[in-house]
Design a protein around this ligand. Structure first.
Ligand SMILES: [Zn+2]
Length: 269
């Protein structure tokens, strides 16, 4: 079994949150971790070792680890270098950032990462934006690269815990906006996590129309509360019927130690 969805909350990730929390006198990664009451991640290699132990404990062969803030690609690259047969590197890109194409090139070509993660609601951009097309073209030009697109409800638990504002716009996370990208790049796998996190029908629709669209099963799937009477077995049944087992990816959305819940809950937490 593989896990296609674990967040890599590195020291750099916490340090970035520390800068966001107090721009004039940034809090250190250690301060942030202490505030959260979580275990310090240590170096990327130490954190990678810890994850591999966790994979062993759970009987998971390989996992994706997601660099969960733009610019943290090097941390995940170090985790991949430490355990190349166990870890696949994913990384968040903000296509509206001027350095996004260069960072993406570097992550794919130099750092050996394998999937670009887009969160359009988080940085408020349309999937039809030419800057998104440019990033997806980089994926298409580098065989074996997937594009993960967070759709539907998005609320980041760790930001809430730290009292950081989340000025997201859920309007941008519609799976239907993936259709043209998927059609233009049939060789690129696109992953929609959490069955579309509330936009299940739209996720199924675009998966039905596009053979290169995959769904992941991760997180608590609390979005089912938006659909009266919907049950998890029914969700799986419908996804299997439309997308088939090959395009349904197991994932947990795990993120921090000590493990006990997801710090990155995508639905109401
Ligand atoms: Zn996640």
């Amino acid at each position: 079994m593989n896990d296609c969805h674990i967040h890599f909350f590195s020291d750099q990730f916490f340090a970035a949150l520390g800068r966001q929390r107090a721009p004039t006198s940034p809090q250190s990664a250690a301060d942030i971790v202490a505030t959260l009451g979580w275990d310090p991640p240590g170096s990327p290699e130490e954190l990678a070792d810890r994850w591999v132990k966790e994979l062993d404990r759970a009987g998971v062969a390989r996992t994706a680890l997601i660099a969960s803030i733009p610019g943290d690609e090097p941390s995940v690259a170090r985790a991949v270098a430490r355990h190349p047969s166990r870890i696949v590197g994913f990384f968040m890109v903000d296509p509206t950032a001027p350095d996004a194409p260069a960072r993406t090139e570097q992550a794919l070509h130099r750092l050996g990462l394998r999937a670009i993660c887009l969160f359009p609601a988080m940085q408020r951009y349309s999937l039809h934006d030419t800057r998104v097309k440019e990033i997806v073209q980089l994926a298409a030009a580098h065989a074996g690269t997937a594009v993960f697109v967070h759709c539907g409800a998005l609320s980041v638990g760790v930001r809430k815990k730290l009292g950081l504002p989340s000025r997201f716009d859920v309007h941008y996370g519609n799976p239907l906006d993936l259709h043209a990208l998927a059609a233009d790049h049939p060789g690129v796998p696109f992953i929609i996590p959490h069955f579309g996190a509330g936009l299940f029908r739209e996720a199924l629709l675009v998966a039905d129309l596009s053979a290169n669209v995959y769904l992941d099963t991760s997180s608590t799937n609390r979005w089912m509360a938006y659909h009266p009477g919907l049950t998890l077995p029914a969700v799986f049944g419908q996804a299997l019927e439309v997308a088939g087992a090959e395009r349904l990816l197991f994932g947990t959305d795990s993120s921090f130690f000590p493990v006990g819940g997801t710090g990155w809950s995508t639905t109401r937490s």
